[in-house]
Design a protein around this ligand. Sequence first.
Ligand SMILES: [Cu+2]
Length: 448
Amino acid sequence: MAASEPLRVRRSLTDIQADYEAGNKTELETVWRAWKGIKDLPPEDPNSFFVIGGYHGEPFRGAGWGSSAFWGGYCNHGNVLFPTWHRAYLVRLEDALRSIPDCAEVTLPFWDETSDDSAADGIPWALTLENVELDGETIPNPLRSFVVNKAIVDNLSPFPDADYSKPKGYETVRYPLSGLVGPADVDQTNAHNALYPDYDKNVKTLNDNIVTWLTAYAVVVNAKPVGMVQKEYQDCLDAPNYTVFSNTSSASEWNGNADVLVKPLESPHNHIHLAVGGYELPNQADFSPIQGANGDMGENDTAGLDPIFFFHHCHVDRMFWLWQQRYNSADALEVIEDYPGTNSVDNQGPTPGVAPNSWLNIDSPLAPFVNPDGSAVTSRQYVNIEAQLGYTYGPGSLADLATPPAPTAAAFGRGCRRRAAAGDQRAGDQPHDDPGFVPGAGVRERRR
Ligand SMILES: [Cu+2]
């Protein structure tokens, strides 16, 4: 982008809502309009939400289409590409939104998950309202779900996790509902969802669940306690280097050798997926206070198909940028060579086009995203959001942590850092291992 162009600002959705309530409706209406636009595009259109939402997981492609030893989605989890792949993903989505008529200036707002508003109320109402007014018409809120406009076939089913096939016309769901509609699950799903017929009550149940995960330990039957997500986000901003900040595999290795534990950004991110979707499968994993809740956000295969995914990841990207500023990493990201989390077989398995046992680093291709000349984009192009990508973030929580921490004796020594602020617990003082958003929850066990 030209240096003279002003930065695009991704604002907190709560702030945009406040504008709307004060009578300045254009910005939120443009967000709704842009989202409606990409969802309405035919599934063959490269800017359609079907195509872009589907990059993350289903519909699978590459070696992962037919073999559970690979991952058929393009997303990267449990490795050092997690923050940068998702950054590129948001940029791609935002470009599609801006292709919709009258939406050329739209930006992707973030759900400020570490704000007091979220701690009190859960999800911003713009993402959960059943219907909205747009151009004098009442329409289904474009941000509350996606009606899949082409059938998705999970070729790996039946497997111990679940069948993530979706017929054309399937509408994504969130906690406390279930979205498992494969032949083996559909009767149970229908019976489960019949218990929750009231849309507004379901939103209340969802928000109660979110507030609990953000601020306390969620009580989940037969599972270790999970939650305290706001604290996890704050703790992750103390991770001393990019590698352990970026993903759960590297952080686990670090924590096995350190006195002071780190919390990787991926970890609270995982927990929001589980809180929004619920995730519970018999004999495997249970992160859902309501039995049988299996919304799309809780599962890697389908999470990208719920619009809230992108507002969640926009928050995650903002946390990444805060961490970069805090640790003098706005222009360079260092990947520790050979560390766990730097190989394509770590955690989720190789993505389409990536060979097993490939080393992952700052120059690895971030498929399926390509430059205008057709060459693969790499993390190196997604480091500085302002200088390289032309956007920045508006006001939000934890912004004061973007300044470098006060130096301590061994500030950058391995496992030797403590938070400066009095009263803070050590990062990682949670009474449980990280359950992971799906890969760690056992889903990708089907690849073994
Ligand atoms: Cu995610």
